[in-house]
Design a protein around this ligand. Sequence first.
Ligand SMILES: [Zn+2]
Length: 85
Amino acid sequence: MAKTKTEICDRCKKEFKRKWSGGRNDWSQINDIHYWTEGKDWKGYKILCRPCLNYWFEEEGDSFHELVSRKKLPTFYSYRANGTL
Ligand SMILES: [Zn+2]
């Protein structure tokens, strides 16, 4: 069974399961805003659940594209395409 830990989303305050990434030997970075923005907060948020990451992309696209690193955009799109997000 995949190792997970419970986190609280900064935006919706709901619990979600963060997955362990065996390849990198660390917790999944997908929920870490600083991973996408290379160090910037979005509205003071640092950790988002997947629905809130999708909300950011779909409903707050201007700030998403302003903050998310150009280098990380293809990764975000591929996660949406393959169902990770
Ligand atoms: Zn959330």
